[in-house]
Design a binder for this molecule. Structure first.
Ligand SMILES: [Fe+2]
Length: 171
């Protein structure tokens, strides 16, 4: 990768590489969170976005090809940090509250991803690369839709409170 970024195009490629790392982290995080989710609906929502994330990774790899650049990832400490924060919080939280922790982590990540794609769309527009604009807009649209679903779910789950375990019902 670049020693020093000296042109807007190099910065674009570097940020594209960060987006690739971001989605790789996101995929790992989604798989971890899905296994910890308590509600079936939340598991399904996370699985749906896991499939979209795989497609987004393929889109980013395609963008590298269209740019004639080797597929390369750049650091993405933000998503690595969000994943770590989610894991740490889950460790110190009772399972009945896990869904709230998961939704917070997923929603925080989605909003970060939206910002990353907004920047990539702007860079592709500036270079007049319409095929890349549509690739990034496809990812952006999925992130926005996912954030919307997660926002609705987080309000619902927060209003419901902790998940009741079967033992609670017999008391
Ligand atoms: Fe996402």
């Amino acid at each position: 990768m670049f020693e020093k970024l000296t042109t807007a195009h190099e910065l674009f490629i570097f940020k594209l590489g960060s987006a690739l790392s971001m989605e790789q982290d996101s995929l790992q995080m989604l798989e971890d969170l899905t296994s910890r989710a308590q509600r079936v609906e939340l598991k399904e929502l996370l699985e749906e976005h896991t499939a979209e994330t795989r497609q987004q990774l393929a889109n980013l790899q395609r963008a590298f090809e269209l740019l004639g650049e080797d597929i390369d990832d750049s650091p993405s400490p933000t998503t690595a940090g969000l994943a770590k924060e989610g894991k740490t919080t889950l460790r110190k939280t009772i399972p009945q509250l896990a869904d709230q922790v998961i939704l917070a982590g997923a929603l925080e990540t989605e909003h970060y991803e939206i910002a990353v794609y907004e920047t990539l769309v702007a860079a592709a527009l500036a270079e007049g690369r319409t095929e890349l604009v549509s690739i990034f807009e496809q990812n952006l649209g999925q992130e926005k839709a996912a954030a919307e679903k997660l926002r609705a779910a987080s309000r619902e789950v927060a209003a419901q409170g902790p998940v009741h375990s079967p033992e609670d019902e017999t008391i």
